[in-house]
Write a protein that binds this ligand. Structure first.
Ligand code: MF3
Ligand code: CO
Ligand code: CO
Length: 275
């Protein structure tokens, strides 16, 4: 049985292991601001994601933007992670660590940012195309974005989390892609990773019921090849076992009376490439 708690502002910081928090207007306002900042950072990066730039340089731009906005990167110091964002290239599924490695023509790259603004977490990621990208890779990126948005169509009161998962899986598999099972979306708010776990493949009508005030991310990772991942020796970088390309988009949302509010929509309309 899923448990829910309508949280008063002073309760939002508490981990309630397994209990799903239902936030009020103050939470929506906090998430709106954090989410907008997160989206603006991804907008800002667009002209910088070009052949020759190092991923460490992009990480510095992310850090500086957050600092100027009065936010801090949730990832900095998180479980020993020492960077301001994750940058995942080509066959990297997620949690790629920024480094002196440079982007090259034809790369597809995910940048995932999580500013904490006034205690609220805005968590979002998008794919970027570096120079000339193959039709095959662009198709993966397009379908992955569609998976996210088709999933979000199911994010409304009365539906269950499994309705989102099933819609994503159905769309991915229709295109003969696979859905990564090793990583999932998550509740968030004043905590970075809270209940519930949001899996991206599953059966309709299963899982916790969606109720107004729930905050969570949807962040499907879709592979051209098999779903299996492995972790590199750095303890963070997850790659596809078969080295096939992988793509991901992420939004942070809040369930409303009638559907969902996407906190991390791009104010500039740059939600998906081409930008
Ligand atoms: N932003 C990622 C997410 O969507 C989490 C990154 S944690 C890190 O949940 F430590 F790898 F940065
Ligand atoms: Co997330
Ligand atoms: Co993220």
């Amino acid at each position: 049985m899923t448990q829910y708690i309508t949280v008063a502002p002073h309760e939002t910081l508490e981990a309630k292991n397994g209990v799903i928090k239902l936030h009020g207007p103050e939470g929506f306002e906090g998430m709106r601001r954090a989410g907008r900042l997160a989206a603006e950072i991804l907008d800002m990066l667009v002209p910088h994601v070009v052949p020759g730039v190092s991923t460490a340089e992009l990480d510095r731009l992310v850090f500086e933007h957050m600092r100027r906005a009065g936010a801090v990167p949730a990832t900095l110091g998180y479980r020993g992670y020492t960077h301001s964002c994750c940058i995942s290239l080509n066959h990297v599924v997620c949690h790629g660590i920024p480094s002196e490695k440079t982007l090259k023509d034809g790369d597809i790259v995910n940048i995932d940012v999580t500013p904490v603004l006034d205690g609220w977490h805005g968590d979002t990621s998008r794919m970027y195309l570096v120079g000339d990208v193959s039709v095959k890779a662009r198709r993966l990126v397009d379908v992955t974005y569609e998976c996210l948005m088709i999933g979000l169509e199911q994010a409304k009161p009365g539906n269950r989390l499994g309705d989102i998962s099933a819609a994503i899986q159905r769309h991915a598999e229709k295109h003969r892609y696979s859905v990564v099972r090793d990583f999932c979306g998550h509740g968030l708010g004043r905590l970075f990773h809270d209940s519930p776990e949001v899996v991206h493949a599953g059966r309709p009508g299963t899982g916790p019921e969606l109720r107004p005030g729930m905050f969570f991310t949807v962040e499907p990772m879709i592979n051209i090849g098999r779903a299996d991942c492995k972790l590199l020796d750095d303890g963070w970088t997850a790659v596809t076992r078969d080295r096939s390309l992988s793509a991901q988009f992420e939004h942070s949302i809040g369930i409303t009376q009638t559907g969902c509010e996407i906190f991390t929509q791009s104010p500039a309309g740059l939600d998906k490439p081409p930008y």
